[in-house]
Design a protein around this ligand. Structure first.
Ligand SMILES: Cc1cc2nc3c(=O)[nH]c(=O)nc-3n(C[C@H](O)[C@H](O)[C@H](O)COP(=O)(O)OP(=O)(O)OC[C@H]3O[C@@H](n4cnc5c(N)ncnc54)[C@H](O)[C@@H]3O)c2cc1C
Length: 386
């Protein structure tokens, strides 16, 4: 069997590439070892967001692209992506002053082309008492702006459904075993239903998320390895103790922590812990739990959590290797090819759930020189997701 593109991984990036490739008329096979969105794509903060905090690290291109994609997803997936007002309280000892926040939110709005969903306001002091018992001692200002929430796994399944409706094939559970690259493409071996299968592809796309670099060891000749590391982000799922959404500054290290009502629970996250083990075994650690609960308790002293009613999960970011805190590092997607012209292998890791559609188009543009001309079937910017 011969395909134009074989994709490894049915997370959001693999599903996105499959959808874009099928829409462009290519024949596509997706291999997924477990289930759709089994990896990072079900363990995110579930935001379709512009990434306000990336303004501080100068990632303006990423913020602009994210805001554009958010607008598109609000249109394509109204049942899966909803706008929610987020509150940012600013205290006398906060790392950012009201002036800095207002400047950041204004730039955010500008990058969104002044779209109405990027508006922001200041919550009048008289309304602070309506904010779930938020600590008001030393409080200077509360900003309200908008981000969109989703169900990350449901969104990934919807993108994969769209890909399949356009003709993409999904083998599941099917585990990629090895690839052998030659002049014209790649021979791919995988297991499914206890049997080994062989297929031929013009291009192999490695979208295996936190498994991606380990997987490259099973490809010959040995492809270049992107210099990345895994950074764990844990979340707690708590009883619905808050009615509003907040973006808080963790007292321990001043990182941003989201407290978001989500599916009748409170989603609280996230952390940053270097991870070196088996990606399948990532889980919330005790000190991560303590860090998140301390942040919540600091701002909402009246909130009491029964430990018996608490769930947790942890996802792994694939970030460029680097010095210093993970939050300062680029969140742009990382793409690596086996050769610059006519690549036969593209590894695609990191990036955002929010920008999966734009990322998929960039990935296709990278591998298009290795593929024959096909008649496009659709534009992913017009395909509803449900
Ligand atoms: C804590 C955290 C919070 C985040 N929050 C947000 C957010 O709020 N908004 C946002 O936009 N982005 C967010 N992100 C980023 C976003 O979640 C990720 O960029 C995205 O989910 C990565 O998707 P992926 O498809 O690359 O990887 P994954 O979802 O991990 O998918 C990889 C898939 O490959 C499969 N696979 C692996 N090996 C094999 C093999 N040998 N054979 C077959 N299949 C294989 C796995 O089973 C898995 O399903 C967050 C990330 C983290 C870690």
């Amino acid at each position: 069997m011969q395909y134009d593109i074989v994709v490894i991984g049915a997370g959001i990036q693999g599903a996105g590439v499959a959808q874009a490739a099928a829409a462009a008329g290519y024949s596509v096979l997706v291999l997924e070892q477990s289930d759709i969105a089994n990896g990072t794509s079900s363990k995110s903060s579930k935001l379709i967001h512009g990434g306000l905090r990336y303004l501080e690290t100068g990632q303006l291109g990423l913020v602009r692209e994210s805001l554009q994609e958010r607008t598109i997803l609000l249109r394509l997936a109204p049942n899966l992506v909803h706008l929610s007002p987020l509150h940012i309280p600013v205290y006398r000892d906060s790392a950012r002053s009201p002036f800095t926040l207002a400047a950041g939110l204004s730039l955010y709005r500008l990058l969104a082309g002044m779209a109405k969903e990027a508006r922001f306001s200041r919550v009048p002091r008289a309304e602070w008492g309506d904010l779930d018992g938020l600590k008001t001692d030393q409080l200077r200002q509360v900003f309200r702006y908008y981000e969109a929430q989703t169900d990350d796994a449901a969104l990934t399944r919807a993108v994969m459904r769209s890909a399949r409706a356009l003709g993409a094939e999904l083998a599941l559970p099917a585990r990629f075993l090895q690839g052998r690259i030659d002049a014209e493409g790649c021979d791919v071996a995988y297991t499914q239903g206890g049997r080994e299968h062989q297929v031929r592809t013009r291009v192999l796309i490695n979208a295996a998320g936190p498994w991606a670099t380990e997987l490259l060891k099973h490809i010959e000749p040995a492809p270049p390895m992107p210099a990345v590391e895994l950074v764990q982000g844990a979340h707690l799922l708590l009883p619905p103790v808050l009615n509003h959404h907040y973006y808080l500054e963790a007292p321990a290290d001043r990182r941003g922590v989201f407290a978001l009502p989500w599916q009748n629970r409170l989603l609280l996250g996230t952390t940053e812990t270097l991870y070196t083990g088996d990606p399948a075994k990532a889980h919330c650690l005790e000190d991560e739990q303590a860090y998140l609960l301390e942040t919540l308790g600091h701002y909402f002293p009246g909130v009491n959590i029964d430990p018996g009613q608490m769930d947790s999960f942890a996802g792994l970011r694939v970030l460029p290797k680097g010095e210093g805190s993970a939050s300062g590092r680029s969140r742009e997607v990382i793409m690596a090819v086996d050769r610059p012209q006519q690549p036969r292998l593209l590894t695609l890791v990191g990036g955002k759930l929010t920008t999966y559609r734009a990322t998929a188009l960039q990935a296709l543009a990278r591998v298009a020189p290795s593929l024959p001309r096909r008649v496009p079937l659709a534009d992913t910017a017009d395909l509803p997701l449900e």
